[in-house]
Ligand binder design. Structure first.
Ligand SMILES: [Mn+2]
Length: 390
């Protein structure tokens, strides 16, 4: 069974139930492994959501994973970007590896590319992998790593585990191309992309199971979440099957354009009807368009009154009509993917400042964690020549 991006400890919008949701789905996934009598479970990174997971996340991971040990099913994982500390700190999944009496959990590729033989109840499997590679030089580093990970000819099934973005996924920022992966593995287990995607490389499947829950609003566009069962032989994937996780909390994206109060009220009534059909109360993301500022307060009050008890929580975004002149248009040349560093240089007209901005974007990305924040602050202070107390 292939699983990825479980982000244990994630608490979306600070809602306690959302942290529990993730544990519930993780446990469901492990029960699928038991029910399907799999030989091996592989996890392609982001086991935990942060480099400082809450104690509850460790407890839940141990409770769910130890059921596998009892049935003699090993678990092999690599580190994702969320699992990897920026400084010299122990990555949290390594603690699971230490609990040898309770768990059969192994992290591969901790300090560079690694190949290990894993004994399963159905024979040996060669598992190769490397921790998530980040930063501007990652492409060259990955190409060097792939040379070391070229598989030795084997009559046994072989698996390569990576936590990277393939160009073929179609996002503007990618790490490597499908055709650049080392040939000859039976199955390519991919993590990092939170959506289910599959590709073929010769006779072998290249699979992103996606995350087990919906962690961000934009991930709600794929409401179903999966684990993947793969049947593999030497040099080829025989079959893959995705199994839908049943305990995922529904998240709905709703766009409502305001015309007048009466129409708005009837849109809300329709929404209430839709919400009442779910077993598990959904999380609701509402984008309200063209609400006059005089009607905003009333709109919020109506939502509060109407959605009470029908959803776990809702978030409203008012979409303003922005005058075009407030935008600065950048001259983006037609490149294969968006070059953020070059865009910054063009916008800021200062190479060093642009480099700083690029580093900050890399570190802080779409989220802020304390250790990322500290590192960002250190860079900024350094840039402006401020001392620690500056
Ligand atoms: Mn992830």
């Amino acid at each position: 069974m292939h699983i990825s991006d479980t982000h244990l400890g994630n608490r979306q919008y600070g809602i306690a139930e959302r942290e529990q949701d993730v544990y519930t789905v993780f446990d469901e996934a492990m029960d699928i492994a038991l029910k399907e009598h799999v030989d091996l479970v592989i996890h392609t990174g982001d086991v935990f959501d942060s480099t400082r997971p809450p104690a509850q996340a460790f407890k839940q991971a141990i409770l769910s994973l130890r059921k596998l040990k009892e049935k003699n099913i090993p678990v092999v994982a690599i580190l994702g970007d969320h699992d990897t500390p920026r400084r010299r700190m122990l990555p949290p999944p390594v603690l699971l590896e230490e609990l040898k009496e309770a768990l059969n959990f192994k992290v591969v590729g901790l300090k560079g590319p690694e190949k290990v033989q894993i004994r399963t109840k159905n024979g040996e499997v060669l598992v190769a992998g490397v921790a998530a590679q980040r930063g501007p030089a990652r492409r060259q580093r990955l190409l060097d790593i792939f040379k070391k990970l070229a598989p030795v000819p084997s009559d046994k099934p072989t698996i390569l585990m990576l936590h990277q973005t393939l160009h073929e996924v179609g996002t503007p920022d990618f790490d490597i191309e499908l055709g650049e992966l080392p040939r000859g593995y039976s199955y390519y287990a991919m993590g990092h992309i939170h959506l289910f995607k599959t590709f073929m490389l010769g006779d072998s499947a290249v699979v992103y199971p996606g995350s087990i829950e919906i962690f961000r609003r934009d991930e709600a566009k794929q409401p179903k979440r999966y684990v993947v069962l793969a049947e593999i032989k030497a040099k080829k994937t025989v079959n893959i099957e995705k199994i839908e996780l049943q305990n995922v909390r529904p998240q709905l994206l709703k766009e409502i354009t305001y015309t007048d109060n009466k129409t708005f009220e009837s849109s809300i009534s329709r929404l209430k009807l839709e919400l009442s059909k779910y077993k598990k109360r959904p999380l609701l993301h509402i984008i309200l368009k063209r609400v006059p500022s005089t009607a905003k307060k009333r709109a919020r009050m109506l939502l509060d009154r109407s959605l009470q008890g029908l959803c776990l929580a809702y978030r409203v975004e008012f979409e303003e009509v922005i005058e075009e002149s407030t935008f600065t248009t950048l001259n983006i040349r037609k490149t294969r993917h968006i070059d953020v560093a070059e865009m910054l240089r063009e916008a800021l007209k200062d190479r060093e400042l642009a480099d700083l901005a690029y580093k900050l974007i890399e570190i802080l990305g779409s989220e802020t964690r304390q250790d990322f924040y500290d590192e960002a602050l250190r860079l900024v202070k350094n840039f402006y020549g401020l001392d620690e107390s500056g």
